[in-house]
Design a protein around this ligand. Structure first.
Ligand SMILES: NC(=O)CC[C@H](N)C(=O)O
Length: 384
């Protein structure tokens, strides 16, 4: 039985953590990051942006509410592994259909519980994100875990966005979740939107539909000409895993959108791609931002929004050209969180307005996108 089998986590710096296996037997490696959200382990595990990252959750009890079929951000677990302090004996929730352990085993995710996640988090905070590996099962050895950890080359320079998303264009019709109705049907569509899929979170698509968009999702490397053939009112650039810098196909598509003056919105990786498209630099952060309570300043009026965050790269503000206006900054470390172009209807946000998990303070950004599309539609109608 998995709960009694050992598991070992090793980091590239030589640190070893011994715990118990709560998922599949076997081994996994990736970049180890900590996430401080108190809830939302299911959304985190299924967020494609965590591809090749193993997540440790700082909240000590993970699994209390089990797993349900609704709170997913993709059709699979994307995180390379899960690292937690304590798996509760009981998983209780009215929507629960299985336990976290059953889910991890069914999804073949290697996971470890019973380790000192505070020690691990302090280590990552002090030294920065680390390559790591978990080896789970009766034959697990420290040597094997350490060897695997040191073999993982790190995310810098890795293009993971090109195949984290769909391989064929598809229509998306599911709308936002409500307590009464679950995921609602699409309201009447007023805007045609094409979304570039670099590993897009479902809740972004749901909120676009909820705001009245008819959404077509296209593969990462779709040429912009093919996107324009849908006659979109707006183009969306999604979140996604890995380093934005090698994603030249996406940077080129974004430049095309700017040139065409089409309303364009980017979230997280999409924000970083916009930075690169305008000639700014992206950098790897020390341990990134992963949580559901990060305060961000809205530069225009000094108000503070509490945001969901999940990124390990950032756009350097001092490398932005003059035609870019900074709209948001992190109140944790002052890093760039939002920007818009002064000469095109193009804007982006580094955090996650779609939440899932997290607060919805920045949900109005979806309304900003539809406002830009309203203006664009009106200008086009005036030309005709
Ligand atoms: N959530 C995302 O889109 C993450 C973007 C990028 N992979 C980063 O780590 O910074």
């Amino acid at each position: 039985m998995a709960l009694t089998e050992p598991a070992i986590l090793a980091l590239e710096d030589g640190s070893i953590f011994r715990g118990e296996s709560i998922g599949a037997e076997g081994s996994t490696s990736g970049e180890v990051v900590f996430n401080t959200a108190m809830t939302g382990y299911q959304e985190i595990l299924t967020d494609p942006s965590y591809t090749r990252q193993m997540v440790t959750l700082t909240y000590p009890h993970i699994g209390n509410t089990g797993i349900n079929p609704e709170d997913v951000e993709s059709d699979r677990v994307c995180a390379a592994g899960l690292i937690i302090r304590d798996l509760p004996m009981i998983a209780s929730n009215w929507r629960r259909t299985e336990t976290l352990t059953d889910y991890l085993q069914r999804e073949k995710v290697v996971a470890i519980a019973g380790i000192d996640t505070r020690r691990l988090t302090r280590l990552l905070r002090d030294k920065g994100a680390q390559s790591g590996a978990i080896v789970a099962g009766a034959g697990a050895t420290e040597e094997a875990a350490l060897k695997l950890a040191r073999e993982f080359p790190g995310l810098k320079g890795m293009d993971l966005a090109s195949d984290a998303g769909c391989s064929e264009p598809m229509k998306w019709t599911q709308s936002a979740w409500t307590l009464d109705e679950g995921y609602g049907p699409a309201p009447e569509a007023r805007y045609r939107v094409v979304a570039y899929d670099y590993g897009i979170k479902y809740n972004i698509l749901r909120l676009l539909v909820w705001r009245g968009c008819e959404v077509t999702v296209v593969p990462a490397k779709t040429p912009l000409d093919e996107v324009m053939a849908y006659q979109p009112d707006g183009v969306f650039f999604s979140n996604g895993p890995g380093d934005p810098e090698p994603c030249d196909y996406a940077i080129e598509a974004l430049r095309g959108c700017i040139e065409k003056g089409i309303p364009t919105f980017g979230i997280c990786l999409g924000h970083q791609l916009l930075g690169l498209a305008v000639g700014a630099r992206s950098v790897k952060m020390k341990f990134g931002h992963h949580g559901a309570n990060h305060p961000v300043e809205n530069v225009a009026d000094g108000t503070v929004v509490i945001t969901s965050q999940n990124h390990g790269f950032a756009v350097e503000e001092d490398s932005l050209p003059d035609n870019v206006e900074v709209t948001h900054r992190s109140l944790f470390d002052g890093t760039l969180q939002g920007m818009r172009l002064k000469d095109a209807p193009v804007f982006s946000f580094q955090g996650h307005p779609e939440a899932s998990p997290g607060p919805r303070d920045v949900i109005p950004l979806f309304g900003e996108f539809t406002r830009l599309m309203d203006e664009h539609q009106a200008a086009r109608a005036a030309e005709d």
